[in-house]
Each structure stands twice: as C-alpha cells, then as structure tokens.
Ligand binder design. Structure first.
Ligand SMILES: Cc1cc2nc3c(=O)[nH]c(=O)nc-3n(C[C@H](O)[C@H](O)[C@H](O)COP(=O)(O)OP(=O)(O)OC[C@H]3O[C@@H](n4cnc5c(N)ncnc54)[C@H](O)[C@@H]3O)c2cc1C
Ligand code: FES
Length: 274
C-alpha cells in the first residue's frame, strides 16, 4: 500500500452530480488492479477527518505504455464528495492504495455479466477491459479471459447514467434500466437481467437490496456470483473494523470479515447475509 499526494490532472462532470477525477500517481496506477480501490482525502484540512473509499475506474497510460494516472468516478452524496467537487486541476489529494483485493478469478467463461446499480458501475470499466483482453493492469500483459462481457446497469433516472459510452467503447454489450422508465428498461436492473436465460458468472456492485436480488437469481440459475460491497469505511487498511460484513463459517455459523481487506468482492455463497 502506497500513500501519495496526487495532482489532479482532469476533473470533469460526466452525469448529474457525477464526476470523473484523474489523479497523477504513477506508482499506484501501475500496481492497482480491477476490483481494488483507493482512499481519497482532501489535503490540508481535517474536515472531513477521514478519507473515503473509491473504486478504480480506469488507469491512464503514457506514450510508453506505463500507467501514470488513475481515474475515479464519484457521485456527490455528502461531505467529502461535496467538497471534492470544488477541487481544481493542479490541486492535490491524499491517496492511499491499492487497497483490497482484485475481483475473484472467474476462469475463462464464454460470457461474464456485470450488474451495476446506482454508482456501482465504477469498478467494472477496468474489469471489463481486463476480461476482454483489451488492457492489462498491475503490470500484466493483456490476456483475453472472456469473449463477451455485458453490463446491466440500473439507475434511478436517465440523468444519473455515467460512463455508458466508456463501456461501449471498449466492447462491452450494455443493457440499461431505470426506475422511472426514462432510460432503457422500466424497472429494476435485476428484473431486466431475470428476463434473460442465464449462464456464466454474475458480478454485482450496487445497493444491498439489488445485490440480494442478484444473489437469489444466481442461486436459481446455478451460476457463480460475486458481489463487490460499498460498505462505509474509515481506514481502508484493516485497523478500525468499521467495515465488517457477515460471512458464513465452516461450522455452519457466521462471523464478521472486514470488507477493506477481505473484500471488497466476495463470493455470494460465502456471505452470511440473512
Ligand atoms: C470499496 C468501495 C468503493 C467505492 N467506490 C465508489 C466509487 O467509485 N464512486 C462513488 O461515488 N462512491 C464509491 N463508494 C462509496 C463512497 O465511498 C461514498 O459515497 C463516500 O464515502 C461518501 O462520502 P461523503 O463524505 O461524500 O458522504 P458522507 O457525508 O460520509 O455521507 C453522506 C450520506 O451517505 C451515506 N453513505 C456514505 N457512504 C456510504 C456508502 N458507502 N454506502 C451507502 N451510504 C453511504 C451516509 O450514511 C450519509 O447518509 C465506494 C465505497 C466502497 C466501500
Ligand atoms: S475500513 Fe478500517 S478495518 Fe476496514
């Protein structure tokens, strides 16, 4: 884990209350892998005191193919993200990472379905690029793991859909849903997915009710499923225990695991959610 002060090199609105921020931090950019995250903290202030976790959206390569910057896409929801909006190009942020684990190995299936709700699409762009062999991360050469990757992406309303063209550009088959019918399928993204005959692994990220529906669907279809959790975190490195979730234990009971160091992605069957 590296702790760096990273210069903001781009900061762009990409949807309603949603921004992409690009941070120059070559060491973190060249080590981080899809599924991992970073903690961001505003420098020179103790308000807010704690950093906040954000998924790797993508990395930027220089002319020689070296990763030099990371992209994070964030939705403004509260204190830190509300202040992050005011950070300008040329200013700096405290960044620590790579944190957590990459997505679990899905093998080499014919088709991987990524299922996102809300701001849950953010970990999937880099992952799709890796699965399709379009880009390598963490120093790896590109290696195709799946010929087809689909994104099922549900938002409350059309104006919140962020980064859809980024996914299409790298060859992802995109299916959209909205709660109010203003974009794509009218209803929950899990209902859109349920209408398809499914095989191959499911990978989810989004609000807990959506993840629960996804896990149920995966059990019905008999397919592997992993979910990446967005549990609030204080330290990101395993010290504070603010991020625990329930997992099943071999004796048939359950125990807590820290999402920051044991996740953020978990096999759905390992989670001890009631
Ligand atoms: C591994 C991981 C990756 C993440 N990746 C992204 C990402 O790529 N883009 C992004 O926009 N967000 C992401 N998040 C969520 C992000 O960390 C929170 O939105 C952020 O911490 C909010 O900070 P804030 O100070 O603006 O809000 P706060 O002022 O701390 O909180 C505002 C409100 O939001 C609620 N809240 C805060 N965090 C969460 C949360 N994680 N889940 C549900 N409610 C919450 C609070 O209870 C409060 O009601 C990720 C979270 C995790 C754990
Ligand atoms: S965030 Fe501190 S232990 Fe997980």
């Amino acid at each position: 884990m590296l702790h760096r002060t990273a210069r903001v090199v781009e900061h762009t609105p990409i949807a309603d209350r949603t921004f992409r921020i690009r941070l120059h931090c070559p060491e973190i950019a060249s080590a981080i892998r899809p599924g991992q995250f970073v903690m961001l903290r505003l420098p020179n202030t103790t308000d807010p005191l704690l950093g906040r976790p954000f998924a790797l959206y993508d990395t930027l390569l220089d002319a020689s193919g070296q990763a030099v910057a990371i992209d994070v896409v964030y939705l403004v929801v509260g204190k830190m993200t509300g202040r992050l909006v005011g950070v300008s190009v040329g200013e700096s942020l405290d960044v620590w990472g790579p944190l957590g684990n990459p997505f679990l190995d899905v093998g080499t299936p014919d088709h991987v379905r990524l299922v996102a709700g809300g701001i849950g699409q953010t970990p999937f762009l880099a992952y799709a690029r890796e699965l399709l062999g379009e880009r390598g991360f963490g120093g790896d050469r590109p290696r195709r793991r799946a010929p087809k990757v689909s994104l099922y992406y549900g938002v409350r309303t059309a104006s919140l859909a962020a980064g859809v063209e980024d996914f299409r550009r790298v060859g992802v088959d995109v299916h959209l849903a909205s709660d109010d019918g203003s974009l794509g399928y009218h209803g929950y993204v899990t209902a859109l997915l349920a209408a398809e005959a499914g095989c191959g692994p499911l990978v989810g990220c989004g609000p807990e009710p959506m993840l629960r529906s996804l896990m149920k669907l995966a059990a019905e279809w008999g397919v592997p499923c992993q979910v990446s959790l967005e549990t609030p975190m204080a330290c990101g490195v395993g010290i504070c225990f603010s991020c625990v979730t329930r997992v099943k234990t071999p004796d048939g009971g359950w125990d807590y695991r820290r999402v920051c160091i044991d996740g953020p992605a978990f096999d759905a069957q390992a989670l001890g959610w009631e």
